[in-house]
Design a protein around this ligand. Structure first.
Ligand code: HGY
Ligand code: MN
Ligand code: MN
Length: 419
């Protein structure tokens, strides 16, 4: 087949749509289009088993490593490192069916299209899914890809305790995904991830494809305020040491701080737990999470410092103590311009509108960028909605994104890569 032939290749959207629907049926959230497959749960195991079956049905060489990452590579004569794609299939508790799942299943579809066409590439293609990208059960997020690139030692990752008290290593063994493939994982020639934008920009700009230039910095911390549990009826306001009040003040401060620092600064208090969490008891403690993000590392550091000063002052004024634990901390990442260029030119050649933008969400690609030339392809999210079971991307946009991924991977697999 000539280069013109490979440029004419297109994915099979019916095949991709069927796989997206089948995977979404695992952990389906009743009455919605979404699914819940928190990392290393039974639902995650069942989703993994389905995707591994897809990989094996394609005749790919499937490997599972010690943190449960699953990588599948096309057969190939020669030593060339593969061009790799992939994402994650774990979800948040109110997950949509496209977050992560699209990148993995579209990667499989790209490989099936290439195999079916009979073209030979200078490099093999590979697709993988990484463990616990969401970090919602076991922080930090992007845990599997972080370990894959050597950013965290496997033994440290295996000891991580989840929000439900489970331990990563125990859960990996329980679901049968404590693999033996080497870590850090093999370095691909290049890595490209297809993902829904999970934000409003492409839709507002009426652009089909995002050529993603990088990922903003992420700061996650868990804060525990400890005061004095007391009777809600008999304790005068002047005698209270109420950690619930401090937590509420912090949540308000996080919002005000983000607004004051201005776009793209964002701040979220997503999880709050009072103990003993009873209507007639002034809480003994309040534990909450703070998620701060910015594309500018210096401003993100300023946000962290200002929050730390606020919570210390607010707790002291209420006679409470503060404990802070860092759950995740990743600096902003810039993707490889030469790969972003290929994404952009592939989108143009396919006749799709395309714009460059940074990612507001974290992705496995930000870890792969530590070891090889990396970029991402975005498709629209309706109303910018994600981490919500109503998450939606139209079939036309899914197909456009998968074809841009196909063409980008083919160009990266040619020596030299053609822009
Ligand atoms: O939190 C994130 O940005 C990603 O969804 N893990
Ligand atoms: Mn994701
Ligand atoms: Mn997500």
């Amino acid at each position: 087949m000539t280069e013109a032939d490979s440029a004419a290749l297109r994915i099979d959207m019916t095949r991709l749509g069927d796989k997206l629907a089948e995977l979404a049926s695992i952990g389906a959230i009743e009455g919605t289009e979404g699914c819940a497959r928190l990392a290393l749960t039974d639902e995650d195991r069942d989703g993994r088993n389905l995707v591994v079956t897809y990989m094996r049905d394609l005749g790919l060489d499937v490997s599972i490593d010690g943190i449960g990452n699953v990588i599948a590579v096309m057969a190939h004569d020669g030593p060339e490192a593969p061009v790799m794609t992939g994402s994650h299939i774990d979800t948040v508790r109110t997950g949509g069916r496209y977050d992560g799942n699209l990148g993995v299943l579209a990667g499989l579809e790209v490989i099936e299209t290439v195999i079916g066409s009979g073209i030979t590439l200078d490099r093999p293609l590979a697709v993988g899914f990484f463990t616990d990208e969401e970090g919602a059960r076991f922080p930090p997020d992007m845990l599997g890809s972080l370990v894959y690139v050597g950013g965290m030692a496997l033994e440290d990752a295996l000891e991580i305790e989840g929000i439900d008290g489970a331990i990563v290593g125990d859960e990996l063994t329980r679901i049968g995904y404590a693999g033996s493939a080497p870590l850090p994982g093999p370095v691909p020639h290049a890595f490209v991830e297809l993902h829904i934008e999970q934000g409003p920009v492409l839709e507002v700009e009426d652009i089909t494809i995002g050529a993603v230039t990088g990922v903003q910095g992420i700061s996650w911390q868990q804060v525990t305020i400890t005061g004095q549990s007391n009777h809600a009826g008999t304790t005068p306001m002047s005698l209270r040491r109420d950690p619930g009040f401090v937590a509420a003040a912090c949540a308000t401060f996080v919002r005000e701080l983000a607004l004051e620092l201005g776009h793209p600064q964002v701040g979220t208090v997503g999880r709050v737990e009072f103990a003993p969490n009873l209507v007639n008891v002034v809480p003994a403690s309040a534990t909450f999470t703070v998620d701060l993000r910015n594309t500018d590392e210096a401003v993100l550091v300023e946000a962290e410092q200002r929050f730390a000063a606020f919570v210390a002052k607010a707790a002291e004024a209420e006679g409470c103590t503060v404990e802070t634990e860092t759950l995740a901390r990743f600096e902003p990442v810039t993707f490889a311009p030469e790969v972003v260029d290929i994404v952009e030119s592939a989108a143009n050649d396919l006749g799709h509108s395309v714009m460059r933008l940074p990612s507001g969400a974290g992705h496995d690609a930000q870890m792969m960028a530590r070891v090889c030339p990396t970029a991402m392809v975005f498709t629209q999210s309706r109303d910018g909605l994600s981490h919500n079971a109503a998450e939606y991307t139209s079939p036309a946009d899914l197909e456009a994104g998968a074809n841009v991924l196909l063409q980008t991977m083919i160009r990266l697999s040619q020596n030299p890569a053609s822009v």
